[in-house]
Design a protein around this ligand. Structure first.
Ligand code: B16
Ligand code: MG
Length: 219
């Protein structure tokens, strides 16, 4: 296929559903500190960096921690989160994702990861996708969190693709805004009423037809 376009995937909520593990680990942290939060509140943590997630959670519990304790709690949460990640394998790849990745590889379309997670490489390794990506940009490579476009702009640069020729798959509001701020083509994976700012929205990857991808790539 002749195309000057490239694809950037978010990780959590697009390729795998690690949100459920983040929720369990953050909730344990809150419970250990003596309060709780709901699954609905957890929605606000999607795509949000580790530091900013803890800040939000402490706000919900009306709690303040010293810098040292803040860091200790973040490390504890990550340790707990990684104990779930440890159990992951290819079965965790969300339905419909593999067929799109296979299609991109077959058609030599470059694709990258653009994730806020500092654990992205570990997760990709667990699900056997690490070697498939042409570039990986994660929470260890950026200084500005989504909705800042930094993560996607670096990914496009690594792929040698212009921002306006980059197609981003994202499940979070902050991520869709980051793609839009980068002047990229944004495809939301989730509910239309939440991701309405995206150029296109699908409930999940199973609804993303290869024909749609082909049209975007050859447009
Ligand atoms: P970590 P994404 C994001 O991943 C998650 O959606 C968000 O819930 C998490 O806090 C963030 O990564 C940081 O993750 O603690 O592993 O560095 O959706 O941008 O792939
Ligand atoms: Mg996400």
């Amino acid at each position: 296929m002749k195309t000057n376009k490239g694809v950037i995937f978010d990780l959590d909520g697009v390729i795998v559903d690690t949100a459920k593990f983040h929720f369990l680990a953050w909730r344990k942290l809150a419970n250990d500190l003596g309060f709780d939060f709901t699954e609905e509140q957890n929605e606000q943590l999607k795509g949000v960096s580790r530091v900013n997630s803890l800040k939000k959670i402490l706000d919900w519990g009306a709690m303040e921690l010293s810098d040292e304790e803040f860091k200790r709690q973040m490390a504890l949460k990550n340790e707990n989160y990684l104990s779930y990640v440890e159990e992951m394998d290819e079965q965790e790849i969300l339905p419909g994702v593999q067929k799109v990745i296979d299609y991109l590889i077959k058609n030599r379309v470059p694709f990258a990861l653009g994730s806020a997670s500092k654990n992205a490489r570990t997760i990709l390794e667990k699900i056997n996708l690490l070697e498939k990506f042409d570039a990986i940009v994660d929470g260890t490579d950026v200084s500005k969190a989504k909705p800042d476009p930094e993560v996607f702009l670096i990914a496009a640069e690594k792929l040698k693709i212009k921002p306006e020729n980059s197609i981003v798959f994202e499940d979070s509001v902050a991520g869709v805004q980051a793609a839009n701020n980068a002047k990229m083509i944004s495809v939301g994976i989730g509910e239309k009423k939440i991701l309405g700012e995206a150029d296109y929205v699908f409930p999940g990857f199973t609804e993303v037809e290869l024909d749609f991808i082909k049209k975007l790539l050859t447009k």
